[in-house]
Write a protein that binds this ligand. Structure first.
Ligand SMILES: [Zn+2]
Length: 240
């Protein structure tokens, strides 16, 4: 995975148009659901290559087809608007470390930020936490932005083989085998965080065990059903 594969499509290739639109939609979903603010970014590996698309230094809510950038897994500029997000190593390093991952979503979600500074972490209080380890997502402990490859690699190490990592006093990174499978768990992670926050206000929650989590069978309609729902909500926004 270390050398750039020769079959990387040109940024302006029509073959990338659908992926780019999906990436823009994903960014707007995060904004519509109140997960991102002026910051945060999503990446999508260009299938079969060592390249990825992400947004070019803008809020996810302001993403457009013209405000995307393509980089290789070492951060080399391959096309688009040449203003990669400062924290591009989050994406490059995780995509390099995890060949199973097609998409990485990084947000400054207030719910992830809250639980990233609590010693008990974020333990499962709902079936939506099925994608997380039973004792909650790992926490990347270092303060500061992920502006270097060294920090990106340390974050990838903290993530290990999990689907999400909380970043202390910062936010989260969620990964998936598709764009939908990174975005939807990001929304679910915020739901779980908010629910856990409310639960502790009422006393000691009865957290779910690994065995209990396993009793919830996988949703056969995932991710198509929730993706359709969240798309409908951004279309409402665009038409109003
Ligand atoms: Zn950040």
């Amino acid at each position: 995975m270390d050398s750039l594969k020769s079959n990387v499509l040109a940024f302006d290739s029509s073959d990338l148009k659908e992926l780019k639109q999906k990436l823009v939609d994903a960014c707007h979903i995060l904004d519509r659901e109140g997960i991102t603010d002026g910051y945060g970014h999503v990446s999508l590996r260009v299938p079969g290559t060592d390249a990825f698309l992400t947004i070019a230094g803008v809020s996810p809510g302001c993403a457009t087809l013209e405000r995307l950038v393509m980089l290789d897994l070492h951060g080399k500029f391959l096309g688009g608007q040449n203003a990669p997000p400062y924290e591009w190593p989050i994406h490059a390093c995780i995509l390099r470390a995890r060949p199973d991952v097609m998409s990485v979503c990084h947000t400054h979600s207030k719910w992830s930020s809250l639980f990233s500074v609590l010693k008990g972490g974020l333990r499962p209080v709902h079936m939506y936490a099925k994608f997380l380890p039973a004792n909650g997502p790992p926490i990347y402990p270092a303060a500061g932005l992920i502006g270097t490859v060294e920090r990106g690699e340390a974050l990838a190490t903290a993530l290990k083989d999990s689907a999400a990592v909380l970043m202390r006093a910062h936010g989260d990174a969620v990964v998936g085998a598709s764009l939908e499978q990174a975005i939807l768990p990001t929304v679910q992670l915020a739901f779980i965080g908010e629910l856990a926050h409310m639960a502790v206000a009422h006393g000691e929650p009865l957290y779910m065990s690994e065995v209990e989590m396993a009793t919830f069978s996988a949703d056969q309609a995932f991710p198509a059903r929730p993706w359709e729902y969240y798309l409908s909500r951004i279309r409402e926004r665009r038409s109003s």
